[in-house]
Design a protein around this ligand. Structure first.
Ligand SMILES: Cc1cc2nc3c(=O)[nH]c(=O)nc-3n(C[C@H](O)[C@H](O)[C@H](O)COP(=O)(O)OP(=O)(O)OC[C@H]3O[C@@H](n4cnc5c(N)ncnc54)[C@H](O)[C@@H]3O)c2cc1C
Length: 477
């Protein structure tokens, strides 16, 4: 009897997996497959943090599949070569997958579709990564959108794109399994640097943890989400971003779980939370409209922005969390230690890089892409362009985050003390700007500026003015 293949990608879960459900409904044995491709994405191949997460996530998915009488077949290479070859040797009649959205991957899916079709093999793909396929939310004139609020309203008006798919309780195995690589053989974890070890205490990848974290968030944090989400010292957000990126939970599962306990019209916390999930949809919409978004500014004028020329030492101080601005440094250290950074701090660190230091946003985007466990081509590039001012519906350019007042406004002293214990002797009023604090008090706090903690790399007020002047140049040109 022939078998069918379910091609997993950014959907490493078993519940609410329409492609898997359709594969099982064929009545034929199902071969679950993951193809790791380190080459085709080029510079957007998974970074260090993502690879560690992927390694853990594939192991979790394989264990979950084995509990249902199946297993995950792992391969390396180009999916449009690996899958047709497997199809030949294992009498595959059909391939099921969710629609891919990253530009390189979408291209790969198109190549695969035409190859399979020409060989008489069915290729079925459906939306399983987003709430709605990009291009669904349209303006009243029927046009695609680049402004968030009308996009969200339009998406809400559409209602549900599909019903939730049930988790299977058994998956029919083929008479003979194809050969599979082991997870170790994929070499996702870099044992030479051992950096992944710092991530281990902070995260447990996999579908089961994603569900548990969603329940915890709904029970304990959702109602206050709108008022507390900007305070980095609190655990007031869901931390579901890596689980969403790898598809260990679907946005539809999140929406359903939230609506099962509350009404979005009456619960500001819940509505704001879903609205953030829709920002993810919006990022994918923008990437679909502009596949060059990870590299090129959406606003053309920004291609002439006068970035500084020689910035290696500034960039490396930013990456290491040694800018002399504690809120920025705490964020960069949190990122390196945990693979995650609070959203407000992402905005502040990104603004500091692009506006205080005048370093091209693509440099920060690359670093985030390598070090974030939730590194996501769409959300990361949209986030960087939003902060830099070059994006669709971007933050107005003159909104230059002040890393001192933001710390006070969002009560971030506990957060800074956690990541910069060397500043613990400073009182809260001096904590966000040690360079301007009275030297005697800094010394009394056990800090030697320039030795135990750096002076500010730039002066806030003059850096801000320089950024505004730089913007005037492109506005005028
Ligand atoms: C410069 C910059 C880079 C970013 N890079 C990424 C990235 O690579 N991957 C990523 O998932 N998010 C990125 N974000 C968006 C956001 O910071 C994270 O999604 C959020 O901090 C994740 O934490 P959470 O899961 O607790 O979010 P919550 O506040 O609990 O929000 C729930 C979910 O909504 C989505 N979401 C929330 N905010 C945004 C947003 N602004 N844009 C898109 N989706 C959002 C995420 O999937 C998130 O898990 C970036 C933001 C900025 C400013």
């Amino acid at each position: 009897m022939s078998a069918v293949l379910c091609w997993f990608h950014q959907d490493l879960r078993l519940s609410d997996h329409p492609a898997l459900t359709a594969a099982i409904a064929s009545g034929k044995p199902v071969i679950p497959l993951y193809v790791y491709d380190a080459k085709t994405p080029g510079k957007w191949a998974a970074g260090g943090a993502s690879k560690w997460w992927l390694d853990q996530s594939l192991r979790a998915l394989d264990a979950d599949l084995r509990a249902l009488g199946s297993q995950l077949i792992m391969a390396a290479g180009r999916a449009d070569e690996v899958i047709p070859a497997l199809a030949k040797t294992h009498a595959i009649s059909d391939v099921y997958a969710h629609t891919h959205h990253e530009p390189w991957s979408r291209q790969m899916q198109q190549n695969l579709a035409s190859r399979l079709t020409s060989e008489g093999i069915g290729f079925h793909h459906s939306e399983g990564v987003l709430l709605w396929p990009p291009g669904s939310a349209l303006s009243k004139m029927g046009e695609r959108m680049r402004v968030f609020t009308p996009f969200k309203k339009s998406l809400y008006r559409l209602g549900r794109y599909r019903p939730i798919a049930q988790r299977p309780d058994h998956i029919l195995a083929p008479a003979q399994w194809p050969e599979s690589l082991t997870c170790d053989a994929l070499e996702l974890v870099d044992h030479r640097t051992g950096w992944h070890k710092t991530l281990i205490p902070h995260w447990t990848p996999g579908e089961q943890t994603a569900q548990a974290m969603l329940s915890r968030f709904i029970d304990q944090a959702m109602d206050d989400y709108k008022s507390l989400r900007d305070f980095p010292s609190l655990e007031a957000t869901s931390r579901l971003s890596p689980y969403l990126h790898f598809g260990e939970i679907s946005p539809l599962q999140i929406l359903n779980a939230v609506e099962a306990v509350t009404d979005l019209d009456d619960n500001r916390g819940a509505e704001h939370f879903i609205s953030e999930v829709v920002w993810r949809e919006f990022s994918y919409e923008l990437l679909d409209q502009r596949p060059d978004m990870p590299e090129a500014p959406l606003k053309e004028a920004f291609s002439r922005f006068p970035w500084v020329d020689h910035y290696d030492h500034l960039l490396s101080a930013w990456k290491r969390g040694e800018t002399g601005y504690p809120l920025v440094d705490a964020g960069m250290r949190e990122l390196y230690a945990t693979g995650w950074m609070h959203n407000r701090i992402r905005m502040i660190t990104a603004s500091f890089l692009t506006k205080h230091l005048l370093i091209p946003w693509q440099e920060g985007e690359d670093w985030f892409f390598d070090t974030l466990v939730d590194a996501d081509l769409a959300s990361n590039s949209a986030g960087w362009q939003w902060v830099a001012g070059s994006g669709a519906d971007a933050s107005p350019y003159f909104r230059i985050f002040n890393p001192i007042t933001q710390g006070l406004k969002f009560d971030a002293s506990q957060y800074v003390r956690r990541w910069l214990p060397e500043l613990n002797g400073l009182s809260d009023d001096m904590l966000f700007d040690p360079s301007s604090a009275p030297p005697a008090l800094v010394e009394a706090a056990g800090i030697r500026l320039g030795e135990t903690y750096p002076y500010g790399l730039v002066d806030h007020a003059s850096a801000r003015q320089k950024a505004l002047d730089a913007y005037e140049k492109i506005k005028a040109s």
